[in-house]
Write a protein that binds this ligand. Structure first.
Ligand code: UTP
Length: 298
């Protein structure tokens, strides 16, 4: 029997420079889509996939993130006193059980691969998930759950993948496909941020992974790759020729928003706003108005 994936690493030690000045004091992962911080979407997705242990790789200035997952007794008392049961329930649903969540610091932002390596002693010798909270995925069945189900068949290492426009490939890790089986592809190569003309395909890796613990061994030996950072992609690529593991790309069903970029964050705000019964009519009305007045001004 394959070992179940019950641990997830959330690397959140990056500086979030694309959102300066906000990220001077607010961690990117605490920024809100409608009324929930990005990280809450990731936690909910992880839980749906059967994750029981949540490991955050943080850095200086991320205190607000730890506070967010702490209990808020004064607030709870106040809501109880005022009979605001619905809000109380929302608040309680964000609480984490003691011991369910762990934080480890990445002292220097040496790259995503290095951030994952920092969590090696908390994962030990078992498969684990990696989730980048700034990739938010709207899906009927949560993306990581889709992947866990597919992984039960394949084992090895699995990365979430999606087709991107050819002129955008240089922003992603890109897959070289050996065999295309539809929702799943067998991978024969991976390149991090290739030049458009060097990209082996337009199938890009996005922020969900299920990885074997071998990745830590590979990261042990890693030197900086593309962009001077220790790349997770390089450590995963080393598993391609491992006959007991291999690497698979998984074309998930759902819409991914790159909330690490301003345009992606704004698009997600609109999409998640429109998905909410309590906001849809107002927001839709406003968007129509804006579009109409822009058209009239042309
Ligand atoms: P990004 O490339 O989005 O970098 O990292 P960033 O620092 O978060 O944002 P910008 O580009 O400066 O605006 C992708 C993910 O990897 C984590 C980030 O926190 C983010 O979740 N990361 C990156 C680390 O944890 N450590 C690193 O050294 C680098």
């Amino acid at each position: 029997m394959r070992k179940k994936v019950t641990k997830a690493i959330f690397p959140v030690a990056g500086m979030g420079t694309r959102f300066l000045p906000a990220t001077k004091s607010v961690p990117k992962e605490i920024m809100t889509l409608v009324d929930r911080p990005l990280v809450q979407y990731a936690i909910d997705e992880a839980r749906a996939a059967g994750i029981k242990e949540f490991i955050f790789v943080t850095s200086r200035g991320k205190g607000a993130l730890e506070d967010y997952f702490d209990v808020a007794p004064t607030l709870e008392q106040e809501l109880k006193k005022k009979g605001k049961d619905e809000l109380l329930e929302i608040l309680k649903s964000t609480n984490m059980d003691s011991g369910e969540i762990a934080y480890i610091r990445q002292h220097k932002a040496l790259g995503l691969g290095h951030a994952i390596w920092c969590a090696r002693r908390l994962v030990h010798n078992e498969p684990f998930a990696v989730m980048l909270p700034d990739d938010v995925i709207a899906a009927e069945k949560p993306c990581l759950q889709q992947m866990v189900e597919a992984y039960e068949e394949t084992g090895g290492n699995m990365v979430a993948a999606m087709e991107v426009p050819q002129d955008r490939v240089s922003s992603y890790g890109v897959l070289d496909v050996e065999e295309d089986m539809g929702s799943m592809v067998k991978v024969k190569g991976m390149v991090e941020k290739p030049k458009t003309e060097d990209a082996p395909s337009n199938l890009a890796v996005i922020g969900r992974y299920i990885l074997s613990p071998n990745i830590f061994k590979n990261l042990n030996k890693m030197k900086a790759g593309a962009g001077g950072e220790i790349q997770l992609t390089d450590a995963i690529a080393q598993e391609i020729d491992n006959p007991e593991a291999g690497v698979y790309g998984y074309r998930f069903r759902g819409q991914r928003f790159d909330c690490g970029s301003k345009a992606g964050f704004l698009q997600a705000t609109v999409a998640f706003g429109l998905a909410r019964d309590d906001l849809r009519d107002d927001l839709e009305g406003y968007l129509h108005e804006v579009m109409a007045s822009r058209k009239a001004a042309e």
